[in-house]
Every structure is written in structure tokens, then in C-alpha cells.
Design a protein around this ligand. Structure first.
Ligand code: CA
Length: 242
């Protein structure tokens, strides 16, 4: 089922059973330079995954034969490949659970191809970065933001902004995971750990303060976005880098 490909192309396994989506993804993703392989049910997904090498898996949840949930678990048990979950609007999906069993990100149908491509690029880039040697451990950059970890200083477009300790830790965690949904539990655990004595609003208060410092319009954030009911995400869209 694999299309011909050249070296260097990102190989993407599209697990999808709806023909209209398959057609659109084949054309749209190929145009963006991706090498697309399609599996139409959960069983085929696992077979195809095992027999090839893929850089990212786009995984529909509602699938014939083996559910997307079980496919996600099985792939994650065998591989660190980035997995993006695709769910339909109105589907009862526990996204926190999805992220816990190893999905990297998710999109909801109907989605815009541009958004999907941005998410694919973000997870693959993060994956590659994680796999390659660290050039400088003390500086973390993304878009307009730069953190000097050793000196504990934060810069927005070169201008220093003053962050308190927990704000800095929160910002660092977001910057280390661009494009990735970080659940509330993960953020609280990694930033506060057992120090988290406030109510569940403490996290939101810190995010709100970061937004007032870095967002042009803190009420319509474009850098740190809310993933409702799940957590927060540092956006990778080009608008965040301007
Ligand atoms: Ca489906």
C-alpha cells in the first residue's frame, strides 16, 4: 500500500476507515511532502506498522476490528513513534487517557489540513530533537521565546521578562514540549510536585499570568492555548513566532 518515496521524506501511517478522509489525506499530505501509507482498520494498522518504518502515525479512534485505543497501546508498547489521535466531534473520548497511554497529540474532525500538518511537523520535530544530541542544555527557544535555564532568565523577542520560580518552571516545561498537549496532571506534577497545595485553580492562575506577560491579547491567547478539559499547549503555528 506504500507509495514510492525518496529518502528524507516523512513517512506517515494514516489509520483511517472513511474513504472521504483517506482521499483528502492522501492528496493533501502528499502535496506537503509526506510519504503516505494508509491502513483501513486496526488490524491492518498493526500489521502495516510492524512491516515498515514510520515517522509518525495518524490514528483514527473509531476503527473496524481493533479500536484506535488498542492500536495506540500496541504501537506504544513497541515503539516511540509519535502518534496523533484523530477523533470525531461528539465522540466520547477521554483525551487525558489517550495522552496517558502514549498519544502525543490529537485533532478533532473536522480539522483543517493546515492545522493537521502543523501538528505532524511539531511532533516529528520534537521526536527528532529528542533523539539528537543536545547542543546547549542551558538555552531553550521556541518562536519568540527564549529561556536561559542556568541563569533563570526569560526573553520575549529579546526583551527580558521577569518570571517567578514556578512561572519559569511552567514556561520551561511548555517550551520543551512545543505543539504537545500537556495535561493538567502532568503540569502540576512536574512544576509543583508535592508542593501543590492550592486548589485546582493554581495552575490556571499561573498560566493566566504568563499570558499577560507574553500574549498580545491575553484573552485570545495564541502562544499558550487551552485544550479544554485536558490542559495546555504551546502552539507551533507561525503566528506564534512573529
Ligand atoms: Ca473512523
Amino acid at each position: 500500500m506504500s507509495a514510492s518515496r525518496s529518502e528524507g521524506e516523512t513517512r506517515i501511517l494514516v489509520v483511517e476507515d472513511e474513504e472521504s478522509f483517506i482521499d483528502a489525506l492522501r492528496v493533501g499530505l502528499a502535496r506537503e511532502g509526506f510519504d503516505v501509507t494508509v491502513a483501513r482498520d486496526g488490524h491492518e494498522a498493526l500489521e502495516t506498522f510492524a512491516s515498515g518504518t514510520f515517522d509518525v502515525v495518524l490514528l483514527d479512534l473509531m476503527l473496524p476490528k481493533v479500536s484506535g485505543l488498542d492500536v495506540c497501546r500496541a504501537i506504544r508498547a513497541a515503539s516511540e513513534v509519535p502518534i496523533i489521535i484523530v477523533s470525531a466531534k461528539g465522540e466520547e473520548v477521554d483525551m487525558v487517557l489517550m495522552l496517558e497511554i502514549g498519544a502525543d497529540d490529537y485533532v478533532t474532525k473536522p480539522y483543517r489540513l493546515r492545522e493537521l500538518v502543523a501538528r505532524i511537523r511539531a511532533v516529528t520535530r520534537r521526536h527528532q530533537t529528542a533523539a539528537s544530541p543536545v547542543v546547549s542544555e542551558s538555552v531553550v527557544e521556541h518562536g519568540p521565546l527564549r529561556l536561559d535555564v542556568d541563569a533563570r532568565r526569560c526573553f520575549l523577542r529579546g526583551q527580558e521578562i521577569k518570571l517567578r520560580k514556578k512561572e519559569f518552571a511552567l514556561m520551561l516545561l511548555l517550551l520543551e514540549n512545543p505543539g504537545r498537549v500537556l495535561t493538567r496532571d502532568v503540569l502540576i506534577d512536574r512544576v509543583w510536585g508535592s508542593d501543590y497545595v492550592g486548589d485546582t485553580k493554581t495552575l490556571d492562575v499561573h498560566v493566566k499570568r504568563l499570558r499577560t506577560l507574553i500574549e498580545e491579547d491575553p484573552k485570545n491567547p495564541r502562544i499558550i492555548t487551552t485544550v479544554r478539559g485536558v490542559g495546555y499547549r504551546l502552539e507551533v503555528a507561525s503566528s506564534a513566532g512573529e
